[in-house]
Ligand binder design. Structure first.
Ligand code: ATP
Ligand code: MG
Length: 157
């Protein structure tokens, strides 16, 4: 039928290593080509308090301090990505946390190699719907999230 299935929004962040390596366009195009819609996007330098909020769940872990240093070490590109089951679909496009385990064809599996101290694995994506909602609220204000129609929408969803 013609009914549009329920859409989800999820947060994607191209981490400082992705920006420094010139992979922004390559990464964004993977989501666009898949038919996912970018409804918010900006380049920012994450401040320490924001990084600590974002990675609150990892506080106390052995990689936490290095992770905060890394995510604040240079600009990142943050996006809100929308689509049918977007949270799950985006995680699949991103691949496993440790690039050594990430399947070829995923972003981490194609462009990263291992998980060095500091957690350089190119990209962040919300882990579940609850995380997505919280993270979008932390990273974007409502007026930075847009609504528009892609010309291919009827072909891909
Ligand atoms: N063992 C580790 N050593 C170094 N860094 C790590 C390790 N585990 C996680 N990290 C870093 O912390 C981030 C958050 O870890 P998490 O377990 O949430 O993985 P993820 O959900 O795949 O990644 P993200 O939340 O960034 O999308 C990882 O992406 C990575 O940058
Ligand atoms: Mg995570």
């Amino acid at each position: 039928m013609n009914e549009i299935p329920p859409l989800q929004k999820t947060l994607v962040v191209i981490k400082p290593d992705g920006v420094r390596r010139g992979l922004v366009g390559e990464i964004i195009s993977r989501f666009e080509k898949r038919g996912l819609k970018i409804v918010g996007m900006k380049m920012i330098r994450v401040q320490r308090d924001m990084a600590e909020k974002h990675y609150e769940a990892h506080k106390g872990k052995e990689f936490y301090i290095g992770l905060i240093e890394f995510i604040t070490s240079g600009p990142v590109v943050a996006m809100v990505v929308e689509g049918v089951n977007a949270v799950r679909v985006v995680r699949k496009i991103v691949g496993s946390t440790n690039p050594e385990e990430a399947a070829p064809g995923t972003i981490r599996g194609d462009f990263a190699h291992t998980l060095p101290h500091g957690g350089k694995n190119l990209i962040h994506a919300s882990g579940n719907e609850e995380e997505a909602e919280k993270e979008i609220e932390l990273w974007f204000s409502p007026d930075e999230i847009h609504s528009y129609t892609r010309v291919d929408e009827r072909e891909v969803i």
